[in-house]
Design a protein around this ligand. Structure first.
Ligand code: ADP
Ligand code: TRP
Length: 361
């Protein structure tokens, strides 16, 4: 009986693998969304849907799953009001930039209890050593050691098993592609390692039970630097939040670190955060012109002013939409409700397959 079940399971996954290409990404609501989140994850994810409109280059059907990783945020945010507000902010950000809930399954991680069940199951196939090597955990350990604290001080189990929960997010939806910034690639590799361990125990005749995901990273903005030159991150307080009012946005852009070259000295565009960001919002023609002006010599103040104008213009409509949604949270909830229903169906299918596979029905 077990073998028969397995055959059905294998047929299902085969149909999945062949039938639909799935693209999935999540953002954890641990702070106000910033330019790094937009350029590293949100824009490429939305671009993929825009470019493919339901089908990829081989005319294969594409489904997208974009979600708010609220249980991941609980590893660090323990204030209910703040967490709730960040969840709304992340949701409103996706929609403000044009996510179409009729084309994407848009949901909140905590609405899908199957994630938790799969997370436990996957934990039983995740070696402790794999968790010990995860960058985020290791960074905290190093920090404690540096401060001559107990190495595990302040590190909760959520932080330690974070990669298992992320693997559950990814594997539950049979994801093929996961658009993220460079810092998340290790987590996707861990998800692959866990899937491999599971498949090598239960897969049959070379057919996998869990689908192998692949990360997609945009090289130009793999790690967008923040105002202080380190990676732009909510944790470093060096971000350019996406929906600041114009005057505040301008102030922050003026704060971007530059070198001490004079106003008429030539500048290397490839070495400049201002040019990197400018290129992301500019047309090809604007980009080439700005490149030339960098090479000829442009004052930093002028370059920053032009970056501000370009970004402010681009962000105008999303900002209005974001502010509208934040004042009407019921609308956000309505959008998430539809995604929840669809995500639950998809999640339960995978979980049934996994439960049968491991012998728990
Ligand atoms: P943060 O580091 O600010 O907490 P998250 O970990 O919530 O950001 O990241 C959400 C998504 O945005 C991830 O895919 C991550 O790789 C991407 N991302 C975050 N910061 C950057 C950055 N500076 N450059 C490129 N992508 C980024
Ligand atoms: N760990 C990701 C981050 O910090 C958020 C996340 C959770 C995620 N689950 C995911 C991203 C699944 C991609 C796929 O940004």
């Amino acid at each position: 009986m077990y073998n028969n079940n397995n055959n059905n399971i294998n047929n299902n996954i085969n149909n999945n693998i062949k039938g639909i290409k799935k693209i999935l990404t999540g953002i954890k609501p641990t702070g106000t969304p910033h330019l790094g989140n937009y350029l590293g994850a949100i824009a490429p994810a939305l671009q993929y849907i825009h470019d493919h409109d339901g089908h990829d280059n081989q005319n294969q059907e594409v489904e997208s799953y974009y979600f708010i990783a609220d249980y991941h945020a609980l590893t660090t945010i323990h204030d209910p009001k703040i967490l709730h507000n960040y969840i709304l902010e992340v949701a409103a950000t996706w929609v403000a930039f044009g996510l179409d809930v009729n084309k994407t399954v848009f949901f909140r991680q905590s609405d899908i209890p199957q994630v938790m069940e799969l997370s436990w199951i996957l934990g039983c196939f995740s070696s402790k050593g794999l968790m010990n090597r995860a960058h985020a955990y290791k960074a905290l350990l190093d920090q404690n050691t540096c401060n001559e604290d107990d190495p595990d001080a302040g590190i909760n189990m959520g932080v330690y098993t974070y990669p298992v929960l992320m693997a559950a997010d990814i594997l539950l939806f049979d994801s093929d592609l996961v658009p993220v910034g460079q810092d998340q690639i290790q987590h996707i590799e861990i998800a692959r390692d866990i899937a491999k361990a599971f498949n090598s125990r239960y897969g049959k005749d070379g057919v996998d039970i869990l689908k192998m995901p692949n990360g997609i990273v945009r090289k130009e903005v793999a790690v967008l630097p923040g105002l202080d030159g380190r990676k732009m991150s909510k944790s470093y307080n060096n971000t350019i939040p996406l929906f600041l009012p114009s005057d505040k946005l301008r102030k922050l852009i003026m704060k971007i670190k530059t070198d001490s070259s004079g106003p008429t000295e030539p500048k290397n565009p490839d070495d400049s955060l201002i040019f990197t960001i400018y290129s992301e919002f500019a047309s090809e023609e604007q980009k080439n012109q700005m490149k030339q002006r960098f090479l000829n010599g442009i004052a930093w103040g002028q370059a920053k002013q032009e970056l501000f104008e370009l970004m402010d213009n681009f962000l105008k409509n999303p900002r209005e939409k974001f502010n509208y949604l934040m004042s009407n949270p019921d609308e956000i909830e309505k959008l998430l409700k539809r995604g929840k229903e669809l995500a639950l169906i998809s999640a339960q299918k995978t979980l049934n397959r996994v439960r049968k596979t491991i012998g728990i029905n």
